[in-house]
Design a protein around this ligand. Sequence first.
Ligand code: PLP
Length: 325
Amino acid sequence: MAQYAREAVQQGIVSLNHRSRGFMDIVKETLRLLHEKLEIPADYHIAFISSATEGWEIVAQSLTVATSLHPYGGAFGKKWMEYAHRIKPMIEPGLADVLCVVQNETSNGTQVQMETLAEFRRDFNGLIAVDAVSSLGGIVLDWALADVWIASVQKCLGLPAGFGLFIYSPAALKKAEIIGDRQYYNSLLFIHENMEKYQTQYTPNGLGIYLLMRVLQQVPPIEEVDKVIKQRAEEWYEFFTSPDAAGRGMHLLIQNPAHRSDTVIAVEGQAEGIATIKAAALEQGITLGNGYGDWKNTTFRIANFPAIEEDEIAILKDFLRTNGL
Ligand SMILES: *Cc1c(COP(=O)(O)O)cnc(C)c1O
């Protein structure tokens, strides 16, 4: 990453005008690589946005007629609902024309399986928007099961924050055209018209786009990444379901294996013990992910993201074997 950033500075990429030919070529190649490496269908469009949170707003502003439904099980899902309903208030659930689902709920380490998304697809008559911020780039997603996929690059893609992806189907574009929202700088139609020219309607995070391109050039196809991530997740879950872990006061926050995330492992314990182990970890140069929202003091979270190396996992496991709560 440092090497790619250096390269971007040395080659003057960070100072390229974003409407210049050189910059547009980088955008074009990054889009091509996203389609190729993540196996995004050729007819799905990809736009660069500033964050996943912005993506939530785009869904509410440009793709929702009446209101949106938000079946959620954690803090990010709740936050999305609150933002969306400020823009398109919930008047009557039966009128909802968009279903908004957080595929991987980073706050508590749960995930919505593709089978469940397939049921939503079958039963819901409208657009489906999925927040895949902490799973996109880590596991295989069945793109056809939703019309919008939202991600940020700082989770599974392992890049510096401040840049997001908005992936949308032909049906989503068609609906945006029918709604015709052109009220905001980030109305989807403006975004789309600019991305068609490999541009953005505002000055984009050029360094972020370049880093994404360079990272995508060297990542394996998503099927391979998916296998590694799922194998590591299984090993983490075995690690925490062992009597040994229970003896040290740690257990998994999510009891039902079918609901457990592949990319975020949430471990629960007594608040005091959690605070102690986090402090002990810091002393050894290991940062254990804080709990989030309702689980702030009684959990820690382990990121199972592709950029994490085997030896880092081994060090963390050794630490957890020798430290109780
Ligand atoms: C991190 C995260 C977000 C927020 O992403 P930003 O890039 O900060 O907007 C949204 N949803 C989920 C599930 C997340 O993990």
